[in-house]
Ligand binder design. Structure first.
Ligand code: NAD
Ligand code: UDP
Length: 338
């Protein structure tokens, strides 16, 4: 058992990770400003786990607030999800993204150092890979300048964490490079609840299916892929949550900074996702082809061998499971947590 501080723990991936941490017997302290989530997710997590966690409302840019959390709770390790993640928005308001994602992460590292806590799991992204790499992407491939400011913040924080661990051997840091998280907990009680019009494919598909949006725009049907539409590596959010527990176990007994891909290793096209969603759930998803979205690559999927070999992690869920669970959550909660 360890006492884990989870920044951004009320959000989509954070709430699923909190649930798995509680199931595994850990104590959980969530620190979240609720800018893109609500406390209801944590109420449901506690009901599902039949176990309490501690929630502290706060912003990672507030050093005093962070220091106080470390003083009040004897934290063993941190899982850091807090941050902003809308790619389009990051192009319009880069400074806000630099502030939350980069400055906020620096404040967190400073508070950790002050408190003598040196074990960290960081939410990174496959977007840090150089676009010239050919999938399957492995962790030894070069990173490159991401095409948007959101991705840039992930690359910068990764590099800062690597330098920090090089400079000070007390640090033990996992960089988890997520591919495309989708799905929801089996219960349908927690799931992805984006504000406004979804940017990502999966919530858009479920909102069309439930009647909240008219039709899906498929961005590009002339890529060099199986059917012309973009190929991605979709990973069930519960598999992703469990990767954090595996990374945590690994880091509690290791030093340095190391990156792991978290994906299934399988690529699925947008049309395959849409068609499989319709088959598995028996609901139609109206769509049209639209022009390519700026910054998108044709194909991105993981080589996940390192995570399997070193973390003892193994994805359990199929694409069908992911699509059934996404729909189960959306059906039970047509308007999300509200
Ligand atoms: P999310 O928006 O659901 O969760 C992020 C949480 O952080 C929210 O609860 C939000 O209220 C909180 N938050 C934001 N800024 C904060 C701040 N300054 N102080 C305290 N709390 C703050 O997003 P998610 O999908 O759960 O993503 C979690 C992490 O994983 C993020 O860092 C994201 O960039 C990263 N990630 C997500 C994806 C994805 O496709 N969902 C892919 C790769 C990486
Ligand atoms: N996509 C789409 N329509 C949408 C949203 C996404 O066709 O409304 C496509 C997008 O072009 C990409 C895939 O779905 O090929 C996954 O996009 P998403 O934004 O979910 O994740 P990304 O891989 O871009 O981070």
């Amino acid at each position: 058992m360890a006492r884990i501080l989870v920044t951004g723990g009320a959000g989509y991936i954070g709430s699923h990770t909190c649930l798995e941490l509680l199931h595994a017997g850990h104590e959980v302290i969530v620190f979240d400003n609720l800018s893109n989530s609500c406390e209801e997710s944590l109420i449901r997590v506690q009901k599902l786990a039949n176990k309490a966690l501690v929630f502290v409302k706060g912003d990672i840019r507030d050093q005093k607030g962070l220091d106080q959390v470390f003083q009040d709770h004897s934290i063993d390790a941190v899982i850091h999800f807090a941050g902003l993640k809308a790619v389009g928005e990051s192009q319009q308001i880069p400074l806000t993204y630099f502030d939350h994602n980069i400055a906020g992460s620096v404040q967190l590292m400073q508070s950790m150092e002050k408190a003598g806590v040196f074990t960290l799991v960081f939410s990174s992204s496959a977007t840090v890979y150089d676009e010239a790499n050919i999938s399957p992407l492995n962790e030894d491939m070069p990173t490159g300048m991401p095409s948007n400011n959101y991705g840039y913040t992930k690359l910068i924080v990764e590099q800062m964490l690597q330098k920090l661990a090089q400079a000070d051997a007390r640090w033990s840091i996992a960089l988890l490079r997520y591919f495309n998280p989708v799905g929801a907990h089996k219960s349908g009680q927690i799931g992805e609840d984006p504000q406004g019009i979804p940017n990502n494919l999966m919530p858009y598909v479920t909102q069309v299916a439930v009647g909240r949006r008219e039709k899906l725009s498929i961005y590009g049907n002339d890529y060099d892929t199986v059917d012309g539409t973009g190929v991605r590596d979709y990973i069930h959010v519960v598999d992703l949550a469990n990767a954090h527990l595996c990374a945590l176990n690994n880091r509690l007994s290791a030093q340095g900074c190391r990156a792991w891909n978290v994906g299934t290793g399988n690529g699925s096209s947008v049309l395959q996702v849409k068609n499989t969603f319709e088959q598995v759930n028996g609901v139609p998803v109206a769509f049209e082809f639209a022009s390519r979205r700026e910054g998108d690559v044709a194909t991105s999927f993981a080589d996940n061998a390192r995570a399997i070999a070193e973390l003892g992690w193994q994805p359990q869920f199929t694409l069908e499971d992911m699509l059934a669970d996404s729909w189960n959550w959306q059906k039970q909660n047509p308007n999300g947590f509200n």
